[in-house]
Design a protein. Sequence first.
Length: 369
Amino acid sequence: MKVGILAAKTGNGHISVMNTLKEEFERQGEKNIHCFPSFYEDMMVSNRILSNFYNFLMVNSVALCEKYCEFTYMTRPDLSQDFYEGVKEYIYLFLIEYKFDILISVSHTINAAIIRVIREHSELSNIKFCVVVTDPYEPIAVGFAVEGADKYYCATGVVKNILTRADIATRKIVESGYPISYRFQPICENNICEELGFDKQKPIILLNAGSQGIYHYFYMLKELVEKSCELQIIVICGKNLTLYNQCQKIVKKRRREDNIKVFGFVSNIEIYMDICDLVITKAGANAIYEALMVKKPILIDAIDGFLFQERGIQNLLEKHDFGLILENVDKIESNIKKILYNKKYYINNIIKMDLHNGSYKIINDIKNL
């Protein structure tokens, strides 16, 4: 069985899901798996420009990025004739060259065009096309709800209902759970605490600025450095070198190197999540579900608001009460104290969610198509 997994470089969430699916295919004995993390960008130069613009806004202004997302979701460029004319030959030649048995998309930006190309060319009709919806709450990117794929995999019943309302047949929809790497589970022998020189008896906070490194996490750290000497803090700055340098600078200035550790982009964030008492992160689905899978309370970053596709996190939090929402930097210390004081309560609520890793169910179902 030859499998292709297609993604887009808008943030890192889609890439993480792509890698998780590949990992699960290989766990189940499938080796002929091909990943294309920048498929959307490779189709047209203009797509690459749009992705870079999105990532720039994500780092520098979540508020502007939210407006950009809402505009593109409403105007649906993925359905325009101009877009299709620009990408149809690339998609056709790509599919003819690779001759996939199974094609999986984890991005909303490409599905309508792929479905149309397959429909218009009978020689491609043997390809099974599957969509993994990476938005677990409402609203979802409407590009996920395009009829014509063979299967749709979604994390929650809420999303299943959205797909059903979009006239997608119920038999095609699988409520699988969210696909997360198996690395995100309690680690039996984790020596990272000793390596960092941290005291296990004192609280450890993980500031996760995301793969792109949202800059206002510097102001979060600055607030904590100035107000709290007791907290041990791990800062993940992603690919934002400016953020990394500024965080390092303030840590050294305040002589907090012993209990504040700053990192750039890491590929093993699970080892830091494992030792922390609380995760502070943006509302991206991947970041939220990674923390929930390792049973960590979350302080959700809403300082610049939520992206269009992240608004539903408020409903999820209201339903399951696994943390708090941070709307102002000057509230970060009080919110941390509240979560730490009620840590067992939040962990119990996460346990009650009874989350299951969706990757096994997705791959097992795909193999039986």
